[in-house]
Design a protein around this ligand. Structure first.
Ligand code: NAD
Length: 440
């Protein structure tokens, strides 16, 4: 079979099986709507508004890879660099059938805001490949990852643009990217580029605490919110959507505070147990079975029943556009702690505000990942290895001070926390552009 027919076959499969057109159409529009709301309120400088309202660089690569059975398939990969005024471009790589240019633009833009809010010297970028990794063998995934890295070439670099894990990518994939990137360098340069990716395995230069960092950040902020609201986490209930890196870590780290996990949804289905689900036990189950479906210590439920579950806290930790004009009114929670990027669309936001449901917005709430990625990058540059306690302590300080900045801004402008988070980010970027001016 030739390359062309293979590509057509796989594209047809994507269209029918996985890709939600609704989600693909809206996600970048969501970012722009959120951006415009904040820019209007704070009266962002019109020139800066034009610069930040668009991405800087967009790279699309089509690259061939030989499959295990000898066929050649051509894949499409993306890297979008939104802004680097505050430091090198930074952001994850996603392997998912719904990855497209608009989704990557949206995710790259959110990264710029996130780094600015938590005050780390990075810009924003994101990338990915339009595949369902479950359809490929381990060695095929390795070749896809390596060939993608080769195709990107100098689009990435340790002082220029630094990828990290995101949906369906992990430390193993980061190790392959590092190794491929190093192999493309002259021998004398190879040891100087350990920091070309973060989220690496510890032995290959990763940081302790990076694996759990995003979930840890979510839990630090839920605790801070509970403190501010005089809310006791002991005996509190919560539900989680997405039980991968972010969702499972957030659930496991909430457990010691006495919070009870009532329901979980992932790509394989949803489950519920009113007496509580043990997050550690479920994590072990998901590692073996690839999803929550079939977990015997909870009953299977539908999507709507999952969303309507009465609980104190909802942690969306899967994909975008889950809390929308259609679904936001179904939720029965006090707080939404956004582990995922973009889980709430602007219509959903309006309903949550009207209903008085608090939201810890994604650009603040899931920033633990990029914060500890920054720590990993620093450790690599300095040839240092920090202890877990040091990483956690520094993460706590960074994320809680960002929380306080967003809280104070929300009070100052009398706005919701998402808009406040944007105002924090945009004010910082505006200041930098005003100080430096525009070349020439
Ligand atoms: P992951 O691949 O480890 O897990 C993704 C989870 O989402 C899986 O449990 C999967 O089954 C579930 N899922 C996928 N499609 C779903 C659907 N349609 N309905 C319900 N569940 C679905 O990915 P992750 O790294 O945990 O990322 C999750 C989210 O968190 C993404 O939005 C990502 O951008 C964001 N995020 C991740 C990090 C990080 O450090 N990994 C940092 C910041 C933000």
């Amino acid at each position: 079979m030739g390359t062309a027919s293979v590509t057509v076959r796989s594209k047809k499969k994507l269209a029918t099986k996985f890709v939600s057109k609704e989600r693909r159409r809206n996600v970048y529009e969501n970012v722009i709507a959120q951006f415009n709301r904040a820019a209007d309120l704070m009266k962002l400088d019109p020139g800066v508004r034009k610069i930040l309202g668009t991405t800087m660089n967009e790279v699309v690569v089509h690259f061939p890879v030989r499959m295990d059975d000898g066929r050649i398939e051509v894949f499409t990969g993306y890297r979008v660099q939104h802004n680097n005024a505050l430091g090198p471009f930074k952001g994850g790589l996603r392997f998912h059938p719904a990855v497209d240019i608009d989704e990557v633009r949206a995710l790259a833009t959110w990264m710029t805001w996130k780094s600015a809010i938590v005050n780390i010297p990075f810009g924003g970028a994101k990338g990915g490949i339009q595949i369902d990794p479950r359809e490929y063998s381990f060695s095929e995934l390795e070749r896809i990852t390596r060939r993608f890295t080769f195709a990107l070439g100098n689009t990435i670099g340790p002082e220029y643009d630094i990828p990290a894990p995101d949906v369906n990518t992990n430390p193993q994939i980061m190790a392959w990217i590092l190794d491929t990137y190093q192999s493309m360098m002259p021998a004398t340069e190879r040891q100087r580029c350990l920091h070309v990716v973060t989220g690496k395995p510890i032995e290959s230069g990763g940081s302790v605490g990076r694996d759990k960092a995003t979930g840890q950040g979510v839990v630090f902020l839920i605790r801070q919110w509970a403190k501010d609201h005089n809310f006791d986490l002991n005996g509190a209930t919560f539900i989680v959507q997405g039980f991968g890196n972010v969702g499972s870590w957030a659930a496991r780290l909430l457990k010691p505070f006495g919070a009870k996990l009532l329901a979980v949804e992932d790509v394989t289905g949803a489950i519920k147990n009113d007496s509580g689900i043990d997050p550690d036990d479920l994590t072990d189950y998901v590692k073996v079975h690839g999803g929550v479906r079939g977990y015997q210590k909870a009953k299977p439920i539908g999507h709507e029943e999952f969303l309507k579950t009465q609980a104190d806290i909802f942690i969306p930790a899967a994909l975008e556009n889950q809390i929308t004009g259609e679904t936001a009114s179904m939720l029965n929670v006090k707080l939404i702690a956004e582990g995922a990027n973009g889980p709430t669309d602007p219509e959903g936001d309006k309903i949550l505000i009207r209903r008085g449901i608090d939201v810890l917005p994604d650009v603040l709430c899931n920033s633990g990942g990029v914060i500890v990625s920054y720590f990993e990058w620093l450790q690599n540059k300095r040839s240092e290895f920090w202890e877990l306690q040091e990483v956690d302590c520094k993460l706590y300080k960074k994320i809680v001070s960002a929380y306080e900045r967003v809280r104070d801004t929300a009070q100052k402008y009398s706005v919701d926390w998402r808009t406040a988070a944007y105002i924090v980010a945009l004010s910082r970027l505006e200041k930098v552009y005003k100080e430096r001016g525009i070349f020439p």
